[in-house]
Design a protein around this ligand. Structure first.
Ligand SMILES: Cc1cc2nc3c(=O)[nH]c(=O)nc-3n(C[C@H](O)[C@H](O)[C@H](O)COP(=O)(O)O)c2cc1C
Length: 258
């Protein structure tokens, strides 16, 4: 049944199918009985899977990386499916369209997706309003929400720190942890921010704001998987110096050689 459904969906554009599927799930979850059924079938409540990290209580270690729910529109559905955490974003200060479509491509033989989205998102203001509504409507939700933040395409790199600050302040009250994303190849020049001094400026600034809050939020950095040894060493030294809580390093897929 699933194989048949999958074959059918694969006839259409990958991005359109993503939203179609999630909106279908949203519709299903709007019926309390069905939502309870899905939750019962897919979620796990195993004390052994619970994990405390950075002072946060994760119900389980299975999370959804940034890019799936960029605009925080599907939190209830993802919680129903049993995710322990969801990282929303990447969020930029201003809304932006992202790259021209098509920009998401299936690689069926590799069981993978090729992403050239370009940080399409509703912008920090709208997304923080959505998160505020989620927090007030679901005060008992135990799902951890991470805020993955980036810069707008039109912002020059020397002003990037301002974009990260805007997103950080805007989302601060509604997310449980932050990820500073400098990893995307789809925003021209973004990866240059992985250079040590550029990173130091952004991260020191955010960490200073963070430590002046009533309760600081865990701050992580997401870097690209293809930095060389020297660059990784720089990033690690900086992470220790600035007391980051973690590094988010996507692992490149293994090939037959590996
Ligand atoms: C369609 C798509 C959109 C993505 N968008 C973002 C994004 O906006 N921000 C980000 O930090 N990572 C983004 N990613 C990268 C994922 O968060 C993740 O790092 C990547 O898929 C590697 O993890 P995986 O091996 O589990 O897929 C995106 C990935 C895909 C496939």
């Amino acid at each position: 049944m699933y194989q048949l459904f999958r074959k059918f969906l694969f006839l259409f554009d990958a991005e359109a199918v993503h939203y179609f599927s999630m909106n279908l799930l949203k519709l299903a979850c709007s019926i309390p009985f069905i939502r309870k059924l899905i939750h019962h079938l897919y979620s796990v409540n195993q004390p052994a899977l619970k994990k405390k990290l950075w002072g946060l209580d994760f119900q389980n270690p299975l999370g959804l990386a940034a890019g799936f729910d960029k605009n925080a529109r599907y939190l209830r559905e993802l919680e129903t499916l049993g995710f322990g955490f969801v990282e929303i974003g990447t969020v930029t200060p201003l809304p932006q369209q992202g790259n021209e479509k098509p920009r998401l491509f299936r690689l069926p033989a590799d069981k993978a997706l090729l992403n050239r989205m370009g940080f399409n998102n509703d912008g920090a203001k709208i997304i923080s309003a959505r998160l505020r509504a989620w927090r007030s409507d679901h005060p008992a939700s135990a799902m951890i929400i991470g805020g993955n933040i980036g810069k707008n395409k039109i912002t020059p790199n020397e002003d990037a720190w301002k974009d990260y600050e805007i997103c950080f302040r805007e989302l601060f009250d509604y997310v449980d942890y932050f990820v500073v994303n400098v990893s995307s190849p789809n925003t021209p020049g973004l990866r240059e921010l992985q250079e040590k001094e550029a990173l130091r400026k952004i991260l020191t600034h955010l960490q200073t704001i963070n430590t002046h809050q009533h309760r600081a939020k865990p701050l992580l950095l997401k870097i690209a998987p293809d930095l060389n040894q020297e660059q990784v060493k720089d990033v690690i030294e900086l992470a220790i110096e600035i007391r980051l809580d973690g590094l988010w390093l996507p692992i490149p897929p293994l090939t037959a050689k590996d």
